[in-house]
Each structure stands twice: as C-alpha cells, then as structure tokens.
Design a binder for this molecule. Structure first.
Ligand SMILES: NC(=O)c1ccc[n+]([C@@H]2O[C@H](COP(=O)([O-])OP(=O)(O)OC[C@H]3O[C@@H](n4cnc5c(N)ncnc54)[C@H](O)[C@@H]3O)[C@@H](O)[C@H]2O)c1
Length: 356
C-alpha cells in the first residue's frame, strides 16, 4: 500500500520517532502523525525534531480511546507505544504495563477497525517463555555464551530463536501483554479483515534511544562510557557473558518499508526480526566495543543474582522474514556503536541530564 495518513503511536519514542522521521524524509507528501503521552523520559526531545521535519504531534494516551478518536482518520497505524521494560510490574503494580500494552492495543485496534486502516505492530522476542530459553544448552566460548555446537531443537539452533519456538511457559507481564496483543490482532484480521504485520523484535538500538538500566542496554553502556559513571554485570554469575543480538533502528525502518509496500504479501504474518548471530554480543564484548570507541574505562561491578525476567541468551533467527522479503540488516556492530557515540557527542548538552 501507499499510505496517505500514518498514525504512529509512541511516535515520540525511540522507534516511533525514528520511523516517523525516516518516513517523512522519504515520502514528504505523506501526512505523518506522532501520538505519544511523553511518559518515557527523553521522549520530549523528539518534539522539536518531529516539528522541524513536518511530522504532526498529537499529545495523547493509548489508554484513552477518546485520545485516539481525536486524531481522525488514518490508513496506516505503526503501533510503537509501550511500557517496553521486561521488568515492568515486578515489585509493584502491573497497572501501567497492562493498561498501555494490552488496553492500549485494544484501543488502537478499534481505531484501526473504524478507519479501515492497516497496522504494523512492534512485538518482542519476550513473547518466548523464560524457562525454555534458560534451558537451552549453552557453552562459554571466550567472553560469551553460545549454543552448544551441533545442538538444535524445535524453533532453536545456532541460527537463533525462530517463530516456532514453543510458547508454553511464563514470559513476564511485558511479554504476555505483547503476545495477548498479537492474538487480538489475529482475531481482528479474521473477524474484521484488519491487515497487519507483527514484528517480534529482539534488541533494537541506535541514536535517540533513551537507554536506562532496565531498557536500552547498548545506549546505557555507551552513555556511561561517555559521561562517566558505573555499570554492573547483573545475573548469570555476574560475569557479563550473557548474549543478545542487536538491530539498528534504520534496519528496522528498511524492513517496515518493504512490508508496508507489499502489504498484500505480508498481511497476517508474524516475523522474528533481529540482528542474528552476526550482530550478537555479550556484555563483556559490548564493554570492549565501548572502551575502544570512547577511549575510556569505567568501573563495572558484578551482581551474580539473576533477575526473574532475565534470560542468558537470545539471538534472533530472522530467516523467515529474510526469505519473505529479501531483507537483511545492513549496519554492522562497529557502525552501530559508532552511530550511538557520535549522536551522544553531538547532543551532549541535551542528553547529559537524561543519559548522564
Ligand atoms: N527497543 C527495543 O529494544 C525493543 C525491542 C522489542 C520490541 N520493542 C517494542 O518497540 C516499541 C517501541 O519501543 P521503543 O524502544 O521505541 O520504546 P520507547 O520507550 O522509546 O518508546 C515508547 C513510547 O511510547 C510512549 N508511551 C508509553 N506509554 C504510552 C501511552 N499510554 N500512551 C501513549 N504513548 C505512550 C512513551 O512515552 C515513548 O515515547 C514498543 O512497542 C516496544 O515494546 C522495542
């Protein structure tokens, strides 16, 4: 499809604002509306950039159906609003994560249904349950955990975790709200003909991510190396060997563009989307990359106790989305880390209060 009026919920957030600005850059005639309640600290920094690029901003809350109604009609919804921390709800009320990530999806679906709009939903690798991920056979290779050579099972292999990884088990409230949202999206597809694509993303990163201790680890690491401060290797013995794959938000944009451009082909699909083995790294390796780029060594403590929500290893097998679209990530780890440091250096003053 060629959308004429795009609504991006969470449009002042890291992913939402990145998609909004890239879309407006590539299709200046498209109306792009960023909708956000500015809950995430640092999202307010996006407002001037959105305005300058000609992206409209609507201050609203996905928990409030009326706020979405005020926006009027749209033909494409990029749903990027969320409480995005896997730790959300632990040690406190689950209200915000449930109301935003599930109640908000329902309100978004209703708005999309009323306007006959298509939807791209930002889901997460966190839909995969914790205990089976912790049970994967892992070996320490240098400073990182790896799947034991030759080992493989349903939905997992050396290529990473695929869409058919079994879903039985608990997965955090964050992951559950996303999986429940996926189920509702599928029902809206079957019942109302809603056309949608679901992208289960691994770790996304890049400039303008407001990294904090419980979300946005690559930027958190880079910012501490730039501004100074301390970090900690938390869980799995406190040695920093846990592994994730990372994807540059610009690579995500490239994929969303392909999917929207050929929605007839991709509607109804659920894809795992991530950097894959080539773009995976342990915390120890992330530290080495940050030290090299910043020329600085900061104290990094060790807390061996594993948090309830954490897994030692997640690398995305994006094989099915690559087969369906031809898409593969174009940015390598060095350029990703470099982009983040360059952004911090160029925006040091405004970022110091948030990331410093
Ligand atoms: N960043 C990642 O590594 C990652 C990985 C997998 C999936 N995702 C998903 O991608 C999407 C975007 O994540 P992000 O990294 O940009 O997070 P972010 O926190 O930077 O952006 C989310 C935005 O949603 C806004 N928001 C929160 N509650 C809201 C509400 N009730 N109403 C309106 N706006 C609200 C926040 O203010 C913020 O600007 C989320 O759905 C997230 O779950 C992110």
């Amino acid at each position: 499809m060629t959308p004429e009026r795009i609504l991006i919920t969470g449009g002042a957030g890291f992913v939402g604002s990145s998609l909004a600005l890239a879309w407006k850059r590539d299709w200046p005639d498209t109306t792009v509306i960023a909708f956000d309640n500015l809950r995430r600290r640092g999202s307010e920094l996006a407002l001037a950039r959105l305005k300058q690029a000609g992206v409209a901003f609507h201050h609203g809350d996905v928990r409030v159906a009326g706020d979405l109604e005020e926006v009027g009609a749209f033909d494409l919804l990029l749903e990027c609003s969320a409480e995005p921390a896997a730790s959300a709800g632990y040690g406190g009320s689950p209200a915000y994560v449930l109301d935003t990530n599930l109640g908000g999806t329902i309100n978004c679906l209703e708005a999309a249904r009323r306007h006959g709009a298509a939807m791209v939903f930002l889901s997460t690798s966190r839909v995969y349950p914790i205990d089976p991920l912790r049970a994967l056979p892992l070996e320490l290779v240098g400073g990182r955990l790896e799947i034991s050579p030759g080992a493989a099972g349903l939905g997992w292999s050396a290529a990473g975790i695929a869409e058919d990884f079994p879903l039985a088990g608990h997965r955090t409230l964050y992951g559950t709200t996303k999986l429940a949202s996926e189920l509702l999206i599928a029902e809206y597809g079957a019942m109302y003909g809603l056309r949608s694509v679901i992208n289960r993303c691994g770790v996304l990163t890049g400039p303008w991510q407001m990294g904090k201790v419980d979300q946005g680890v690559v930027v958190l690491w880079a910012a501490r190396h730039h501004f100074g401060g301390t970090l900690s290797y938390i869980g799995f013995g406190g040695e920093g060997t846990q592994v994730r794959d990372v994807l540059h938000v610009d690579d995500l944009y490239d994929l969303v563009r392909i999917q929207v451009g050929n929605l007839d082909r991709h509607a109804g699909a659920t894809y795992n989307v991530g950097g894959g083995p080539a773009l995976s790294l342990s915390l120890l390796e992330l530290t080495a990359a940050c030290r090299q780029r910043s020329g600085r060594t900061i104290p990094i403590g060790s807390d061996p106790v594993t948090r309830e929500s954490d897994v030692p290893y997640f690398v995305t097998d994006s094989g099915s989305v690559t087969a369906a679209t031809g898409w593969t990530p174009q940015r390598n780890l060095a350029s990703l880390v470099n982009d983040i440091f360059t952004w911090i250096e160029e925006n040091e003053t405004s970022l110091a209060g948030i990331l410093g």
